[in-house]
Design a protein around this ligand. Structure first.
Ligand code: PLP
Length: 470
């Protein structure tokens, strides 16, 4: 492709994206294809000869689009959102254009320093503890996902514990970690990868509000100590995936301090709400945490992937993850004056992700980001009232922020069938969870273009599906 062709097709793709956002509602929200259908549209072997780019682009509409579930539809309410915005998309494009691999400060100083500064900005923006700031002993880094952040936290905690126990990181011994029954599955995955063993991740009971029961946490830590095990890590969730419950960080933090455990807090989606001072309850007690992560790629207008991961003491992370083979040696690293973010993550290489976050934060400003969050919370609150006004339904748990969990009183089957019915219309998309063994619907308001009218129309569609099944 020549530079002129690149300009031409680049403009065409940007136009295509703008048209996509303008018309996204014409597509069925959930892809309607069956397994294998997209694969069948693709040749079994790669092209031998170069193909004209027009033909490749045409295949986006023909081959790719039928297999897209439209996370950017304003009628998408499933899981947690995956936000995008035009400034962020442009940041991604520029990152691809620069083609930087920012493993070390010296491989592109701007890639590192912009990231450090933007992560420090977020401390101000969200009211995060000062101990996370890079100008002290802490610091923030962009990871691909909350799962990676949790794994890094667990590795740092494991090695800190073993150093503290006067052992080498290679020594064996039953280390035990703790997370609530409703903690994200990434904690269990991390325990497996970190060599702790999934069986040594203790499941802590949830109290009636689905938050971690701290009495059970304490009891299980004590029982493990008595059995000669080595409790070392707790993962608390600030906004669980299932019902957006908030583990009590202050109480968990004080137990961690008492027994010398690392506290990692996962604020994957709800963490973004802290841009609004009135929603900072989401991380009350966070100053007791050793590490924290949240995903601007969920609810802060920044494209996937972008997880912000903070540690109180960056040396703990560096002890666990630093590497310096001869071929990466350079004067800047040797000077000790720079950050090499390869030592703060699992892979060596890294993308220039800070660009999209920087573009987003500047293009919206703190005010724009707050409006984005507040709008969704207000819409979810209206939805909650509509549901509560219909005696056929019950709200499950006190809803917070932008997630409403509810169920029809008629039992699991009608809820499952109504969900499948509305999702198969393509006009909206919701998902479910299980609470105390019951099938519960989750309606999460978080796509940037979702309005009150979208949610009202979707609720009416859902309510009528229920009424047709009653
Ligand atoms: N933690 C929580 C609380 C989540 O809700 C999710 C995803 O929804 C994750 C972790 C995993 O996020 P990621 O895809 O960034 O690993």
């Amino acid at each position: 492709m020549t530079a002129d062709e690149f300009r031409h097709f680049g403009r065409e793709i940007v136009d295509w994206i703008a048209d996509y956002y303008a018309t996204v509602e014409k597509y069925p929200v959930r892809s309607q294809v069956k397994p294998g259908e997209i694969c069948d549209l693709l040749p079994g072997s790669p092209p031998e000869e170069p193909e004209p780019f027009e033909r490749i682009l045409a295949d986006v509409d023909r081959v790719v689009m039928p297999g897209i579930t439209h996370w950017q539809s304003p009628n998408f309410y499933g899981y947690f959102p995956a936000n995008t915005s035009y400034p962020s998309i442009l940041g991604e494009l520029l990152s691809a254009g620069l083609g930087v691999q920012g493993m070390s400060w010296s491989t592109s100083p701007a890639c590192t320093e912009l990231e450090t500064r933007v992560l420090d900005w977020l401390i101000d923006l969200l009211g995060l503890p000062e101990s996370f700031r890079s100008t002290g002993s802490g610091g923030g880094v962009i990871q691909d996902s909350a799962s990676s952040a949790t794994l890094c936290a667990m590795l740092a905690a494991r090695d800190r514990h073993r150093r503290g126990a006067g052992k080498t990181v290679d020594s064996t011994g039953v280390l035990t970690a703790y997370a609530s029954k409703d903690a994200h599955s990434s904690v269990s995955k991390a325990a497996g990868i970190a060599g702790i063993g999934r069986e040594n991740l203790r499941t802590i009971r949830c109290s009636a509000d689905r938050a971690m029961d701290v009495t059970d946490l304490r009891d299980q830590i004590l029982a493990d100590r008595q059995a000669g095990h080595q409790p070392f890590f707790v993962c608390a969730i600030a906004g669980t995936t299932s019902t957006l419950a908030f583990d009590p960080l202050e109480e968990i933090g004080s137990i961690c301090s008492e027994f010398g455990l690392w506290l990692h807090v996962d604020g994957a989606m709800a963490g973004s709400a802290a841009v609004c001072p009135e929603f900072r309850f989401v991380h009350a007690g966070l100053e007791l945490a050793d590490s924290y992560c949240f995903n601007p790629h969920k609810w802060l207008l920044t494209n996937f992937d972008c997880d912000c991961f903070y540690v109180k003491d960056r040396n703990d992370l560096l002890e666990a993850l630093s590497i310096l083979p001869e071929y990466l040696r350079n004067a800047a690293t040797d000077s000790g004056l720079v950050i090499d973010y390869r030592d703060w993550q699992i892979p060596l290489g890294r993308r220039f992700r800070a660009l999209k976050l920087w573009f987003t934060m500047r293009a919206y400003g703190a005010r724009g980001l707050r409006e984005h969050i507040r709008r969704h919370v207000a819409i979810a609150s209206a939805l909650r009232e509509w549901i509560a006004a219909d005696s056929g339904f019950e709200i499950v748990r006190t809803p917070r922020l932008n997630l409403v969990c509810f169920r029809h009183r008629g039992g699991d089957e009608i809820n499952r069938r109504a969900m499948e019915q509305v999702n198969s219309t393509g006009r909206m998309f919701i998902t479910h969870t299980s609470v105390d063994g019951q099938f519960v619907l989750r309606f999460c308001v978080g796509q940037p273009n979702t309005t009150l009218d979208h949610v009202r129309a979707s609720w009416e569609l859902l309510a009528s599906a229920f009424h047709s099944l009653e």
